[in-house]
Design a protein. Structure first.
Length: 147
């Protein structure tokens, strides 16, 4: 059971990290290369689609990491689980207010404020990328046995 939970924690964490890094390095910069109205218009459906995928990956990785630790995998599994788990409250507490402002009905999608919110969102999302990359590295080192 331990190897399965370790693999699952690592796989889901790495998939999350890959998606988060892709968003920060490719998708969001490409979106921001457009005019503000286009950037804001395409941000909304992208955000909604990514939310379903990334939320489930974060939760599964967190739970599997904790289970791996409980099954005797060692403290690094708990640390990795905590790091990937931190993206959840960070998203709700820190990023969600920006998301809600971007999704406000009647928002002027061409405004300077909208552009600033999109830029802020990109910076905040980078925290998720860093946390998930750190967790992925911990999980990978543990899986490889080179600790």
């Amino acid at each position: 059971m331990l190897p399965i939970t370790q693999f699952l924690a690592t796989l889901c964490c790495m998939l999350f990290a890959g998606a988060a890094v892709y968003i920060n390095l490719v998708e969001h910069p490409a979106r921001m290369g457009c005019d503000t109205k286009t950037a804001a218009t395409v941000w909304a459906p992208s955000y909604k689609r990514a939310t379903a995928m990334q939320a489930s990956l974060a939760v599964v990785s967190l739970v599997a990491g904790v289970v791996a630790w409980l099954l005797g995998g060692g403290k690094p599994w708990l640390v990795g689980a905590a790091l990937i788990g931190l993206v959840i409250p960070f998203t709700f507490i820190v990023i969600m207010p920006t998301n809600h402002r971007l999704l406000e009905p009647g928002r002027d999608l061409m405004s300077i404020e909208t552009r600033a919110l999109l830029e802020k969102w990109g910076r905040l999302h980078a925290v998720r990328s860093v946390l998930s990359l750190m967790a992925s590295m911990i999980f990978l080192v543990q899986l490889s046995g080179t600790y």
